[in-house]
Design a protein around this ligand. Structure first.
Ligand SMILES: NC(=O)c1ccc[n+]([C@@H]2O[C@H](COP(=O)([O-])OP(=O)(O)OC[C@H]3O[C@@H](n4cnc5c(N)ncnc54)[C@H](OP(=O)(O)O)[C@@H]3O)[C@@H](O)[C@H]2O)c1
Length: 393
């Protein structure tokens, strides 16, 4: 009987062509009133095309017992959302979708972007025991399952945690994607944690963006000595995050300036376009020091050369840099965003203890999403851009 229901629902999803259909064969049906409502979502129907809002989109149905369905209250806009609407990362992300066994694996479009949110659980899969409908949560969703720029999103329960109680949904939504990326870089790859971070000298190459703002605050909360780069116009905002030293990257002698502070234990390379290629020179030698870059050619390389040639090319670049680093007694690493509910729990505690604060430049209404994308595309942000999906702020 249950199998028949699963099959019927699955068939219905496939026939409807919903971008949310998933081929996992176990579920608890959505029992909340949410299932009878419609769902608004923004999507691109072709890469490079304009975003269009669907007001009659179907609410995703839980088919994986490990998933939760979240009613999104607010979501942030990250540069990756805009890049993905142009097809960035499509080959690797499509493969991840296929590996995850998603029935719609052949269907990349329409694509609803959005990688993080703050909202309320409306339904849970049968294996989910730690969340119930009504729980206020936040989440950063997996690369191959984006979609928080909509009223509802499905995600793995392991990517979710309770939102900080001291923050509104709008402020909370400014954190999950950047927090999980920084966690992946500095904690998972860099091995930093509250006990080994005090007095570590950390250099953050871009202090003023979403990643930089969060990285400064996490490192300061854990007792590191933090140096950052930023432009003249961002100095006041960046200073409010509490770094020990700010270097103005618009000065004529940035490399010389950085040399003055050399001897870093950790460098976070979070700026694009091949900038600061020589920054590894200011890392300590033979002292377990780490250069961690989140600006990697992996996605662009697989997009242009295909999965095998592209990943082989990217890995050969990583291999050369790793060997060059090792010859000087330095670890060179790449890091990628990973969903991480447990990390978000730790971050929520730090926020509720007022050790980390939100920095939101502007909040846009849901129907203003294209303006929010334009703002992020324009760059030079002085805080995160957030979409008030539920219109509560
Ligand atoms: N590997 C991954 O999984 C992953 C995940 C997330 C992000 N990322 C990468 O991480 C980077 C930062 O992401 P984000 O979300 O923080 O982007 P963002 O909010 O747009 O911030 C980028 C920051 O870089 C600053 N910047 C530009 N040129 C600079 C320079 N020469 N020196 C120092 N800072 C400079 C910009 O400041 P201005 O105002 O001065 O221009 C801006 O504040 C991006 O390259 C993104 O692709 C990677």
């Amino acid at each position: 009987m249950a199998k028949n229901i699963v099959t019927t629902r699955l068939f219905r999803n496939l026939v409807k062509g919903s971008e949310h259909c998933i081929s996992r064969h176990s579920y608890r049906s959505c029992s909340s009133s949410a299932c009878n409502q419609t769902c608004r979502s923004w999507a691109v129907h072709k890469y490079g095309g304009s975003m269009q809002m669907a007001v009659d989109g179907r609410i995703p149905v839980i088919t994986d017992p490990n998933d939760v369905l979240i009613k999104v209250s607010a979501a942030s806009v990250n540069p990756i959302d805009i890049k993905m609407t142009g097809g960035y990362g499509r080959k690797l992300i499509h493969t991840m979708r296929q590996m995850d066994g998603m029935a719609c694996s052949v269907k990349e479009l329409p694509l609803t972007p959005g990688r993080d949110c703050s909202g309320t659980v409306v339904a849970t899969g049968s294996n989910v025991t730690n969340y119930r409908p009504g729980d206020e949560v936040w989440s950063a969703v997996a690369a191959h399952r984006p979609g928080t720029h909509a009223d509802y999103v499905l995600t793995a329960a392991s990517a979710v945690s309770r939102k900080p109680s001291s923050l509104s949904h709008v402020d909370a939504a400014s954190f999950p994607y950047v927090a999980c990326t920084v966690w992946s870089a500095l904690c998972t790859m860099g091995g930093l944690h509250p006990r080994n971070t005090p007095m570590k000298r950390v250099l953050i190459l871009a202090g003023s963006g979403g990643i930089g703002n969060f990285a400064i605050q996490l490192m300061k909360a854990w007792g590191a000595n933090v140096t950052v780069l930023c432009s003249t116009s961002a100095i006041d905002t960046v200073a409010s995050m509490g770094p020990d030293c700010i270097v103005n990257y618009e000065s004529d002698h940035v490399e010389t300036e950085l040399k003055k502070y050399e001897g870093f234990d950790v460098i976070l390379h979070n700026v694009g376009s091949g900038k600061y290629a020589q920054a590894i020179n200011v890392l300590k030698s033979w002292n377990n020091s780490q250069y961690i870059s989140i600006d990697t050619p992996m996605l662009s390389s697989t997009d242009s050369l295909g999965l095998i040639a592209g990943s082989a090319t990217a890995c050969s670049i990583l291999g050369v840099k790793t060997l060059q680093g090792l010859m000087e007694g330095k670890y060179y690493k790449w890091a990628f965003f990973q969903p991480h509910g447990k990390a978000l729990s730790t971050v929520a505690d730090l926020i509720d203890k007022h050790q980390i604060s939100p920095n939101v430049e502007r909040v846009y209404a849901f129907d203003e999403l294209p303006l929010a994308y334009e703002r992020v595309t324009g760059g030079h942000l002085l805080g995160k851009i957030v979409i008030d999906v539920a219109g509560t702020s």
